[in-house]
Design a protein around this ligand. Structure first.
Ligand code: FAD
Length: 433
């Protein structure tokens, strides 16, 4: 007799681990399948971990999770070729007993999370790729096939937590192919430096950390951002741009990262470091309008595979963990009521997501991807305008302040024009609502 599971989870990233853990803790018989040599071996993230999402799954995670630094300072930089205009927020309040954000190294973090999934009672099968979904004659999903020998693996429900590419879902016609305008390609390097060098460069002590998000001319007119995060003994630095833009620009992601690293505001922060890792990965950044169907008969989809990334706030892993948890809770709830995992019953998952911050935030920013895509000057022209205005204002050169004000306003008028700026402001305000 073939073994049958209550649920099969495809993938052991944050979304799959959250779903598998929640269901195993809820007493279900769970099989999780991961193609990597171990969970995390194939995964890439900046990475900032948002504690709240994990705390709702494993409240005492701080006791043994591999955490690097808790974030005490956030820098947001608008960059032009030679300068940056920054907003920094640093607070002693972030040195709290249970910090809110941490930097992590994904390979270590995913492995730890997976050990919790095993402890909760799920079977975790690594080095195994799910090749396709198995359907019954009515088209309901009833299991998966893998690249291992043997027949199909059957379950009442399959949770697709396979990440951004979503190939298993695509092959089963549950979703469309990813569009190049809806996905960013990010490249990242790990730069190693002694702990004390990192602490003196960023004015840190203990486990406190700094994160920098950078936008502007560094993405060469493309929609995208750069980032730099401090770990204990390394710095994660990366940049990502929309694939469609990269394709049209003819630039390589490596060139982009190289020019980001050489920027005069960035170069001194990583000087003398030893580079140990270079990785590239896609990020689903098309927003709410690019989301596929989230559930159907015998299946549901979570995390990046469901296109759940809030690119404006640089959040992905928390949406992944929350959607995984909510999916798991919904399945446990249906099982306890002895209800089958039909599309109508699994719609409860969607309802719970709608009630959570996940779909509220995705809806709020639904117009932003198209706004940025259709108004390339926003990330190119305004950083230059801000930089020249700041320089005019700050240089003490014998010019009267009134004359400087007039010069700044005059330059704004010629570079964008009053109506252009009003139109940009109006579009941004409308998209932000
Ligand atoms: P993934 O983490 O991609 O996991 C999917 C898993 O499924 C993988 O382990 C993969 O090997 C496995 N898999 C795929 N196909 C199969 C198959 N057919 N069979 C078996 N296994 C399969 N988010 C943040 O919150 N903070 C950040 O700082 C941040 N920075 C980022 C920086 C970069 C450069 C990138 C690329 C992303 C970043 N993100 C960040 C986004 C975040 O990494 C993702 O949102 C998150 O990893 C999504 O989790 P997931 O479990 O849905 O997918």
């Amino acid at each position: 007799i073939q073994e049958r599971f209550d649920a099969i989870v495809v993938g052991a990233g944050p979304s799959g681990n959250a779903a598998a853990y929640t269901m195993a803790k809820g007493g279900l018989k769970v099989l999780q399948i991961e193609r990597g040599e171990y969970p995390g071996s194939k995964n890439v993230q900046g990475a900032i971990l948002y504690a709240d999402a994990l705390e709702r799954i494993i409240p005492d995670f701080r006791e043994d999770a591999p955490l690097e630094r808790h974030v005490i300072e956030q820098r947001i930089w608008v960059i032009d070729d030679s300068s940056h205009t920054g907003m920094h927020y640093r607070s002693e309040d972030f040195n709290e007993e249970k910090p809110n954000r941490y930097t992590i190294i994904r390979a270590q973090f995913d492995r730890w999370f997976s050990s919790k999934v095993r402890e909760a009672g799920a079977i975790v099968l690594c080095e195994t790729t799910v090749t396709e979904l198995v359907k019954d004659t009515k088209g309901n999903v009833i299991g998966v096939r893998t690249d291992r020998q043997g027949g199909p693996l059957l379950a009442d429900v399959v949770v697709l937590a396979e990440g951004v590419n979503g190939l298993v879902g695509q092959r089963a016609a549950l979703r469309d192919e990813l569009k190049p305008e809806n996905v960013a390609l990010a490249v990242k390097e790990m730069h190693f430096l002694p702990q004390e060098v990192i602490e003196s460069r960023f004015n840190l002590k203990g486990d406190g950390g700094v994160v920098i998000e950078a936008m502007g001319t560094v993405t060469k007119g493309m929609t995208g951002t750069g980032f730099l995060y401090t770990n204990r003994e390394s710095i994660s630095i990366g940049i990502g741009c929309i694939v469609d833009d990269i394709r049209k620009s003819g630039m390589t992601p490596y060139n982009l990262l190289d020019s980001f690293k050489q920027h005069p505001s960035i170069a001194p922060l990583i000087a003398g470091s030893e580079v140990k890792e270079y990785v590239a990965h896609l990020i689903p950044e098309g927003g709410f309008r690019a989301m596929p169907e989230t559930q159907g008969n015998g299946w549901l989809v979570v995390g990046d595979a469901a296109h759940l990334v809030n690119a404006v706030h640089r959040e992905g892993s928390n949406l992944a963990m929350t959607s995984g948890r909510v999916a798991g809770e919904t399945i446990v709830w249906l099982k306890r009521r002895r209800e089958p995992c039909t599309a109508a019953n699994l719609a409860e998952y969607r309802k719970r997501l709608e009630d959570s911050f996940v779909l509220k935030d995705m809806r709020k920013y639904r117009k932003i991807p198209a706004l940025l895509h259709n108004n390339r000057h926003l990330l190119n022209l305004y950083p230059r305008i801000m930089s020249t205005a700041a320089q005019t204002w700050l240089r003490v050169d014998g010019k009267a302040k009134k004359a400087k004000e007039t010069e700044i306003i005059q330059r704004l008028r010629t570079q964008r024009g009053l109506t252009g700026m009003l139109a940009d402001g109006w579009r941004l305000a409308r998209a932000w609502r």
